[in-house]
Design a protein around this ligand. Structure first.
Ligand SMILES: [Zn+2]
Ligand SMILES: [Zn+2]
Length: 258
């Protein structure tokens, strides 16, 4: 059953959610910092106001902004590209996103979804503090980002951490998860989350039709995630899941679409 989340709104850094992978949660959205030697890859870009917590997080792990070599976007929804344009301008790092999400990255409020999101707070009151927290963090003022690099659909990405790309369309048509085989961790983006911001529900699940382009495809794509056999799942929203991706996928299928 859905319950009001009591945590998640303030920026919180949790170090080593997987070896050398750090989770920065702000306004119920996760970014991850992958350390590789002295270099860092950032995965997802929260909201515009996540920028200051990001710089503090780098400081806390003993790195500087000069150590950041890449920003990889699992997908281009507004709650995952908040500081992308600023990172591009100030850190001068390449922004990686799948080609199918390139238009969305440039125009973050023009996304496809199955249902209007405005009905969800009425149906799911637990979502109200989550959506209010996201709005306060700048969810309605996200700038688009252009001149991105296109993620491949298979293989290893040559950025710090050497993640394997796991093309996983459905939530968006370019959604791409990242698998770190040496660290046993899958960064599942919004293809599989443990908190749905539109319902306030916790537990392994796909995101509601309010923000998902194609729920049937999103359920289907869980197979690609399960095939990694990752022990740790690090989602775009919600806490890490340490029970293995196969159990997470089973739970998400059980939960179904909404
Ligand atoms: Zn999303
Ligand atoms: Zn999201």
């Amino acid at each position: 059953m859905a319950h009001a989340p009591r945590r998640g709104r303030r920026p919180t850094l949790t170090r080593n959610v997987a070896p050398g992978v750090h989770r920065l949660e702000h306004a119920y959205v996760n970014c991850y910092l992958i350390e590789d030697g002295s270099s860092v890859t950032i995965v997802d870009a929260g909201f515009p106001s996540t920028w200051a917590p990001l710089l503090l997080a780098l400081d806390e792990i003993g790195r500087s902004r000069r150590d950041v070599d890449a920003l990889v976007l699992t997908h281009a929804h507004f709650d995952h590209i908040g500081f992308a344009a600023r990172a591009q301008a100030e850190l001068r790092v390449p922004i990686w996103v799948h080609q199918a999400d390139e238009h969305l990255a440039a125009h973050p409020y023009h996304y496809q979804r199955e249902r209007t999101p405005f009905i969800y707070p009425l149906l799911y009151p637990a979502a109200i503090p989550v959506l209010a927290g996201m709005t306060a963090a700048g969810a309605l003022a996200v700038k688009g980002v252009e001149n991105v690099h296109h993620l491949p659909e298979t293989g290893t990405l040559d950025v710090p951490g050497q993640p394997q790309v796991v093309f996983s369309p459905g939530h968006t048509f370019g959604h791409t998860a990242l698998f770190l085989p040496n660290r046993g961790a899958l960064l599942s983006g919004d293809a599989l989350v443990t908190l749905d911001p539109y319902k306030g529900s916790r537990g392994a699940q796909i995101i509601a039709g309010a923000a998902t382009a194609d729920s049937v495809m999103a359920l289907d794509t869980l197979t690609a995630l399960a095939d990694t056999d990752a022990g740790i799942v690090l989602p775009g929203h919600g806490d890490p899941w340490s029970g293995g991706i196969r159990a997470a996928v089973d739970a998400a299928r059980e939960f179904g679409a909404s």
